[in-house]
Design a protein around this ligand. Sequence first.
Ligand SMILES: [Zn+2]
Length: 133
Amino acid sequence: MGFFSYNCKGCGHSLLSGYATNAINRWMTDGVAIQRDGALFYGGYDGYGRLDGEEFADDSTVWHDACWNLSGRPLYDGASECSDDQGYFFDAGAHDEDEPTTVEEMHAIKLRLTVAHELRRRSYTSKTQGDPK
Ligand SMILES: [Zn+2]
């Protein structure tokens, strides 16, 4: 059975399997899932769609606990996107962000992630198609 995960609605990073975290990003395994029916799930993510052992629906809104609290604990807001790295298979350093303590820090984390993705996309494009200039 393969790992899978979801991207946090707040910072955009994956909800990480507890087996894949390090000292910096350990907070990214503590999640909140809000089902369409309003049911709430909390706890440590196991990499298989469960928080503290409780399975939540795959169209849930998923957050890191830290990001959800900073954002004012919002309700269901549609399915979170699936994580490309499955919350487990990622490059060293890809999720090395300290736990945000303000909404501004959470937004800064998301911005750095967006920039990192864009740089990776451009680097891939220039390797496969040549520099457009
Ligand atoms: Zn987050």
